[in-house]
Design a protein around this ligand. Structure first.
Ligand code: HEC
Ligand SMILES: [Cu+2]
Length: 334
């Protein structure tokens, strides 16, 4: 290799090494499973990593051995003696991979079937996930609740998910709880997962779906059973009365500008084109990506496409005072 090429190769290698630093994000690491499904999947991943590492080491050892042992020596003729066919070796390198494939197939197939089963019995729950460009709706058919962007589940409960999309393909992915499942137009896919510890688990859309695919974030909030019951009660009897004159002004503006797309339980706002805003103040994020505080809510309302290019929420002709009033109304929805 020419020195110039060597330097080029060095740059490529260093670049690839930097690429690996992306693996440092721990809140979305498959290697830190937080529930039984993610644990089963990790064990399949590790089985194949161990097998592949073993194969790599053995194959490289043979390669190095052959390179050294069969180097051309002084006085040797070219071409060397040609040999062909060796039944013993052919059999070895057919049978060993077959055995390795078998070892990998058993846990892969049994895990795949276990994860495909709808979970029944006590400590199970059903949720329907509906994805739209670029947000997530979560419906609890047995509880009569609808929410968006943040999926509450009780810890230690197996959650059966039905996955649907209202537009293009998306993919539901919460790395610490379970692998990806696609949401495909005209189809209902299913999966289940469970969180073993209370906490927040970051989720992302994992199938390119348009300009804001990269910020199609959501979160799974695993509550203790008591916290979950309290949340359900709040969602069923939400606080919707404006708590200040400014919030009352915001409610009026909401009826005029926003209610065609947004629903709020306990009011006559019933729009379905955008996320249900019941209990909005308790959501950790606005639109899945901004912090939920008055400043960021105002930032969202004043220009949604600046945060999420391609969003279906329009920029409405509102002045600062009106935007603040709307934010005050929304931050009162508990
Ligand atoms: C044409 C339909 C439409 C109208 C009108 C509309 N929105 Fe939206 N809104 C959406 C959509 C769609 C989203 C989801 C955006 C995303 O996350 O990609 C959204 C998201 C939001 C969110 C974030 C919700 C969450 O769960 O994080 C808030 C808050 C919001 N809208 C408030 C408003 C307010 C206030 C108005 C009126 C000034 C309004 N919207 C008007 C469609 C609309
Ligand atoms: Cu997407």
């Amino acid at each position: 290799m020419r020195p110039k090429h060597r330097i080029g190769l060095l740059f490529v290698m260093v670049g690839l090494l930097f690429g690996l630093t992306g693996c440092g994000r721990t809140d979305m690491s498959v290697f830190d499973p937080a529930g039984p499904v993610a644990k089963m999947e990790l064990s399949v991943i590790m089985t194949s990593v161990y097998i592949m590492t073993g194969v790599f080491i053995v194959a490289m050892a043979i390669l190095v051995y052959v390179l050294i042992r069969f180097r051309r020596r002084k006085g040797q003729d070219l071409p060397p003696k040609q040999v062909e066919g060796n039944n013993w070796m052919e059999l070895t390198w057919t049978i060993i991979p077959l055995i390795l494939m078998g070892i990998l197939a058993v846990p892969t197939v049994s895990t795949a079937f276990a994860l495909d089963q709808k979970q029944t019995g006590p400590n199970t729950m059903n949720v329907t996930v509906k994805a739209s460009q670029f947000w997530w709706q979560f419906e609890y058919p047995d509880l009569g609740i609808v929410t968006a962007q943040a999926l509450h589940i009780p810890v230690g409960t197996k959650v059966n998910l039905k996955l649907e999309t209202t537009d293009v393909m998306h993919s539901f992915w919460v790395p610490r709880l379970a692998g990806k499942t696609d949401l495909i137009p005209g189809r209902v896919n299913t999966m289940w997962f469970e969180a073993s510890q209370p906490g927040e688990y970051q989720g992302k859309c994992a199938e390119y779906c348009g300009p804001s695919h990269g910020v199609m974030d959501f979160v799974v909030i695993a509550d203790t059973p008591q916290q979950f019951q309290a949340w359900v009660q709040k969602m069923k009897n939400p606080q919707v009365q404006p708590t200040s004159a400014q919030a009352a002004e915001g409610e009026k503006l909401f009826a005029q500008n926003c209610a065609t797309c947004h629903a709020i339980a306990g009011t006559n706002f019933k729009g379905v084109l955008g996320p249900d805003l019941t209990g909005f103040a308790d959501r950790p994020k606005v639109a899945g990506v901004l912090d939920n505080n008055p400043t960021d809510v105002e930032k969202w309302i004043s220009d949604p496409a600046a945060i999420k290019p391609g969003t279906k929420m329009p920029k409405l002709p509102l002045n600062q005072q009106q935007i603040s009033a709307l934010s005050a109304f929304l931050e009162g929805l508990k």
